[in-house]
Write a protein that binds this ligand. Sequence first.
Ligand SMILES: Cc1cc2nc3c(=O)[nH]c(=O)nc-3n(C[C@H](O)[C@H](O)[C@H](O)COP(=O)(O)O)c2cc1C
Length: 303
Amino acid sequence: MSDLSTRVGPVHLNSPVIAASGTVGSVVDFAATIDFSFYGAAVAKSVAPEPWKGRPPPRLAPSGTGMLNGIGIQNPGIDAWVDEVGSRLADLPVPVWGSAVAHDAPGFGVVARGLEQAGVDAIEVNLSCPNLDDGQLFALDAVASASVVAAVRAGTRLPIGAKLSPNAERIADIAEAVAQAGADWVVLTNTVWGAAFDVNSRRPKLSGVVGGYSGAPLKPIALRCVWEVARVLPGLPIVGCGGVASGEDVVEYLLAGASAVAIGTVHFAEPRAARRIQRELERFLDRTGTARIEELIGAAKPW
Ligand SMILES: Cc1cc2nc3c(=O)[nH]c(=O)nc-3n(C[C@H](O)[C@H](O)[C@H](O)COP(=O)(O)O)c2cc1C
């Protein structure tokens, strides 16, 4: 039997497959639908210091083989989140990571303190939401990203990961800045900016016009980010994310340098995808005589 366990910085995971933020609600909400024991960790939807209404519909639109979303991080705010979700986290069969979002660095610090109080096991810092109406995308700027991560670091003793954007021109610079500010790992990546139009109504397919594009077409873009960051910063752990739908997709990310991989959009078509992906991973390891999944991390060969 192959060993699927891995490490992401200070965190041990039983499986390299993580449920991506925003695709499994607060995790608690989906516990009746999804068997979370197939995941190494599950990341809750991002939560802000105050309640956010999110954008009006339409907020989701298939486009090509991927999906556009412009939810705008609808969430109840950290105080309500702690009340609603906190007491139910301990019953779940998986470590839950909270995800923090805010309009400024102190706001991220407030959310981080709340998430720790609620009992999450780690915190993802969402620097890369493509749907904030003031257009802020911290992850495009190394100084802004570092100041957010420093505020989170000051607000919690939990392990923290910084979720970056494929829209960043020089993603390794951003990764280096957040690592120096105290991030234990980076998540590569969030969605990429995209848009789509209905040719009959002539309207944009999202109310906010521009949204985040995810699913299969994101995979080569996010893999390029993983490869670049792993090469420039070999000591920095990476969670890969973007377009993963099979065991071989997970292996690709590991070879490029990720230590674990988050799956998101695949949940919409197949809520129980993690069980299948785990079986495919096990078969891959058997077929290739690989005893431990960690042997694959960064193991891509040069031409
Ligand atoms: C409907 C939807 C909502 C999302 N909400 C969040 C969110 O709240 N916070 C976050 O960090 N990422 C969010 N994401 C991004 C995903 O976590 C993931 O980074 C992205 O979708 C790429 O992975 P995928 O191609 O496997 O979906 C969302 C994605 C989708 C499709």
